[in-house]
Design a protein around this ligand. Structure first.
Ligand code: B12
Length: 250
């Protein structure tokens, strides 16, 4: 049948919230302030994310806004990517939007003056998926840990040098690519060569699974960023990496 009405040909049904494709209420729940945060992340709305997060923080705890706003939004972005609806530009925009929101939440979380310990975080060599790492940073800082953030795409040797220099209580890593997660194993081998025994908490996606992470020494698998401060606390109290792994990975 020939198309008679062309008025909707440029409408991005995958991007508009009225789309039956997703209902924002179903994703974000009844809290309208949180709905706005989720919506900004999904749409990569850099213009409105500041106002949305600031408004949500008036009634919600920063950790709630991170989990029930920013991460919930990013989960939908992951789904849209996996289903081939989002491509790199939309995903990148959504990621940047999430980072702006996270920074505001992190400021609001503050950090205790007295430092409880030291953590080094990084995203694996060759990998730029650093959203998880940024959440880990925020939660560690909020729990009183000083965080040395080595950033993303960090060469294995740079991680080892930083560990030797700063002697942290815990090392944290994030990876998302099947081609980059092997850097964790290399770090583990280099730590052993250097005679350094340190808990190495790893998280992320793709092939970063419990069975992969626990296939080499020092490493502990963290499914969720909220585990990082708990693991860091245990490390600070002097628990060995084996005991921490038993506690969190069974
Ligand atoms: C966002 C995203 C991007 C963004 C990244 C922006 C950024 N600043 O991070 C952009 C658009 C740049 C991107 C690029 C690419 N991406 Co990408 N991307 C994603 C996507 C959609 C979401 C990942 C994400 O950020 N999730 C949200 C965050 C918050 O989750 P998270 O990092 O997992 O963190 C949580 C936990 O894992 C945990 N955690 C994380 N770290 C740690 C650490 C510790 C210590 C602990 C305790 C916990 C913990 O806590 C967090 C929650 O609380 C996934 C799809 C998916 N289904 O996951 C693909 C995905 C990861 N990307 C993929 C690919 C292939 C790419 C590209 C190669 C695409 C390309 N052709 O160029 C490039 C890679 C470039 C590079 N060299 O890295 C593939 C990887 C496949 C694989 N197994 O190898 C995926 C799985 C998509 C797919 N299904 O194909 N991507």
């Amino acid at each position: 049948m020939p198309i008679k009405d062309y008025s909707n040909v440029f409408v991005r049904y995958d991007l508009i919230t009225e789309s039956p494709y997703y209902s924002i209420k179903r994703i974000a729940g009844d809290n309208q302030l949180m709905q706005k945060v989720v919506e900004c992340v999904i749409l990569g709305d850099l213009e409105n994310i500041r106002d949305a997060v600031t408004a949500a923080l008036e009634e919600n705890d920063p950790v709630d806004v991170i989990y029930n706003g920013l991460i919930k939004g990013m989960k939908q972005v992951s789904r849209l990517w996996d289903e081939g609806i989002y491509y790199l530009p939309q995903t990148l925009l959504a990621s940047d939007t999430m980072l702006v929101g996270l920074e505001i939440c992190e400021d609001r979380l503050g950090c205790p003056i007295r430092k409880r310990g030291l953590a080094i975080t990084h995203t694996a060599e060759g990998d730029i998926h650093d959203l998880g790492q940024k959440i880990v940073n925020a939660l560690l800082r909020a729990s009183g840990f000083e965080v040395i953030d080595l950033g993303k795409d960090v060469p294995v040797e740079e991680v080892i040098s930083a560990v030797k220099k700063y002697k942290p209580d815990i090392l944290c890593g994030t990876a998302h690519l099947s081609t980059t997660m092997g850097a964790f194993k290399k770090i583990s081998e280099r730590l052993a060569e250097e005679g350094i025994e340190i808990p190495f908490a790893c998280g992320g996606g793709g092939g970063v699974t419990l069975s992969f992470i626990t296939s080499f020494d020092f490493s502990i698998y963290g499914k969720d960023a909220s585990l990082a401060p708990k693991m860091a606390e245990d490390a600070k109290r002097g628990m060995s990496w084996e005991s921490i792994r038993r506690k969190y990975n069974g």
